[in-house]
Design a protein. Structure first.
Length: 307
């Protein structure tokens, strides 16, 4: 973390996973290097026309070496090639049949990238903007997955803390904006300045744009939407601006907003009896409020269908 010291794509066909593995064994250690190609779909924006180009998404998993007498550890570099399609262009990934969606619960059933993925639970997406205009047509996927998260030279994440991050480095240094999770059962401190609560989701914007979480509705009906934003890193900076937006044919509409100061409690939101149609998207946005130092922000969201 920084400190002072498309329409959402859909999978319209089965995923094809090709693996080429080269294993080397000796008396001291076991190392496996694997390369995978995943055929799927990706769009560079949440709302817009069909796109035909592809983007390489790199997934990095890091583990310590393992020696004789210990479990075998696999060092993997997984390259996901995702071909893009706009969010409303194809049917959605089938969401789990349910009437309540909770961000932290849906992203944390396991401690790996299978649960924390674009389209998690059929509804959750991790995004960024390249400007400070609330215009979802310009939002793009956070296409770089790292586990543990990657940050500046003074920040270190524990194994299991994963992030979807901007593949283009902010100021040539920081892979932000990002959306991350702490799936462990204890609070974690990346740089000693603040804590990320256990079993929680966090975001970090950049000076170039928002960090965004999108919820793509799997139903047509009426929902209640509630949650909170919290400024986790209160060691420096000027706080953040948060908002809850919805996209409609008439454009983007801001449903709730607030400003979190550098030091202060969480801020909650509650939207009652919100009418929504299938494939419509809610956006949970964090704006850096001018500067992105110390902007790590906690978030949780609960969406309940009432009709």
């Amino acid at each position: 973390m920084l400190s002072s010291s498309d329409k959402v794509p859909t999978l319209a066909a089965p995923i094809v996973l090709d693996s080429k593995a080269n294993r080397q064994h000796n008396a001291a250690s076991v190392v496996s290097e694997s390369e995978f190609t995943l055929s799927g779909f990706r769009s560079p924006c949440l709302i817009g026309p069909l796109v035909t180009h592809s983007q390489l998404t790199t997934v990095r998993l890091r583990r310590r070496p393992v020696y004789r007498g210990e479990e075998v550890t696999v060092k993997s570099t997984i390259k996901l090639t995702l071909v893009g399609i706009a969010l409303y262009a194809l049917p959605s990934i089938t969401a789990v049949a349910q009437s309540t969606w909770k961000l932290s619960r849906d992203l944390l059933p396991t401690n790996n990238q299978i649960a924390f993925s674009q389209g998690s639970n059929g509804v959750w997406y991790f995004l960024r903007s390249d400007s400070f205009v609330h215009h979802p047509v310009t939002y793009q996927f956070l296409s770089l997955y790292n586990m543990p998260c990657v940050s500046d030279s003074v920040s270190h994440f524990v194994d299991g803390e994963a992030c979807w991050q901007n593949p283009t480095l902010e100021r040539g240094i920081y892979p932000i904006p990002l959306v991350g999770i702490n799936p462990t059962y204890s609070a974690q401190s990346p740089n000693g300045a603040f804590l990320i609560p256990k079993r929680s989701v966090f975001m970090h914007p950049s000076t170039s744009g928002f960090a965004v979480i999108g919820w793509k509705s799997p139903i047509t009906g009426v929902v209640d939407v509630s949650g909170f934003f919290s400024h986790l890193d209160q060691s420096c900076g000027n706080g953040v601006i948060w908002s809850v937006d919805i996209w409609a044919p008439s454009g983007n509409h801001q449903l709730a907003t607030g400003t979190l100061p550098m030091v202060g409690p969480s801020q909650t939101f509650s939207l009652i009896a919100l009418s929504i149609t299938k494939a419509q998207v809610l956006y949970f946005v964090v704006d850096p409020n001018g500067g992105d130092f110390c902007d790590t922000t906690g978030i949780d969201v609960t969406i309940t269908q009432t009709q």
